[in-house]
Design a protein around this ligand. Structure first.
Ligand code: NAP
Length: 300
């Protein structure tokens, strides 16, 4: 249980509803900022404006998956008000207050560091990233179906990167009957790709390997699908870029060449917000219990 713990949930999309549900069930006291248009009420959760929140009692702050924008703005789909997290706000929290976010950026790193508050990035954890790859793959399949006039089965599919997302994508497209080539740079990854009965190639050979590909799925958060690579693609190739913004594709050149290239961020929150929210809720409940165990009221 999280009895006696006070948590500010600031902004977010439908995934946060699962987080709120789980944490209120665990008896935490929740302050919801940026949720005034949410019809649903949760026992144990109070809607509040950021400026009216007593930060000195807050043990933990939960931000949406993208964290903050580059100037502190927080996405709030259940509110039309602008919510901005600043260093000054964090400094009003008790020194043990921990900030949980999906990912971070230079702004969030800077304000948490200057305020001397701990920042936990949930998506750095392998368990979260692997669970989250499940709805990501389903969203990728949805996009492949929506944006092509041929089946995945029998198509030549290229996956770039064999990380937590790349492995799930490659395996699933293979099971759907695609001919899957995977580009990686580590020899152990090339060995694993072979073991998975897929076709490996070194990512430095991408320009040459792209020539017969129908669907190219990028998971590398680095500019790998360059103009030179796009120049060698068949015109009908669909590029689905899953890497976090700005992706790894030269979208300007793709448009110029008439190649359909789609940046597809946040697929779990789009195709399966409930599942994606549960993944976050479960790990947050576990982390909060561990991180704040000394502050919880004794429960019978
Ligand atoms: P990951 O486990 O770190 O995998 C990243 C992959 O990219 C690894 O194979 C890594 O290879 C490779 N890579 C990184 N830098 C490279 C470079 N300079 N050249 C060649 N290869 C490079 O990350 P992940 O969890 O799979 O996530 C991948 C991306 O998808 C991230 O940007 C993440 O934010 C994003 N994502 C998007 C969605 C969505 O809905 N679109 C959902 C989940 C995640 P090495 O091991 O050799 O470094």
């Amino acid at each position: 249980m999280l009895t006696g713990i006070q948590i500010a949930v600031i902004g977010g999309d439908a995934r946060q509803l699962e987080v709120i549900r789980k944490l209120t069930q665990l008896d935490a006291k929740l302050w919801l900022v940026g949720f005034e248009q949410l019809d649903h009420a949760f026992t144990g959760a109070v809607k509040e404006k950021l400026k009216d929140l007593n930060m000195s009692t807050i043990d933990a702050i939960i931000l949406p998956v993208p964290g903050t924008g580059t100037e502190g703005g927080i996405e709030t789909i259940f509110s039309s008000e602008e919510v901005v997290l600043t260093e000054e706000i964090l400094k009003k929290t008790p020194s043990h207050c921990t900030i949980y976010s999906g990912i971070t950026n230079a702004y969030l790193d800077k304000i948490t560091k200057n305020a001397n508050r701990r920042l936990v990035q949930l998506f750095e954890r392998d368990d979260v990233a692997i669970y989250n790859s499940i709805p990501t793959v389903e969203g990728t399949i949805m996009m492949a179906i929506q944006h092509t006039d041929y089946t995945i089965h029998g198509s030549n599919v290229m996956v770039l990167g064999l990380g937590r997302v790349g492995m799930s994508v490659a395996r699933t497209f293979h099971s759907l009957g695609a001919h899957v080539k995977v580009g990686a740079r580590k020899s152990e990854d090339l060995a694993r790709i072979t073991e998975m009965a897929l076709t490996p190639f070194h990512i430095k050979d991408l320009e040459e390997k792209i020539q017969d590909i129908d669907i190219c799925i990028n998971t590398v958060p680095y500019p790998v699908v360059t103009a030179a690579v796009l120049a060698n693609m068949p015109p009908h190739t669909l590029v689905i870029d899953l890497a976090s913004k700005p992706g790894g594709t030269d979208f300007r050149y793709a448009e110029k060449r008439g190649i359909k290239a789609l940046l597809a961020p946040g697929l779990p929150g789009i195709v399966a917000p409930k599942t994606a929210g549960k993944i976050l809720a479960n790990v947050l409940a576990q982390l909060l219990r561990n991180d704040l165990s000394g502050r919880m009221e004794d429960t019978p």
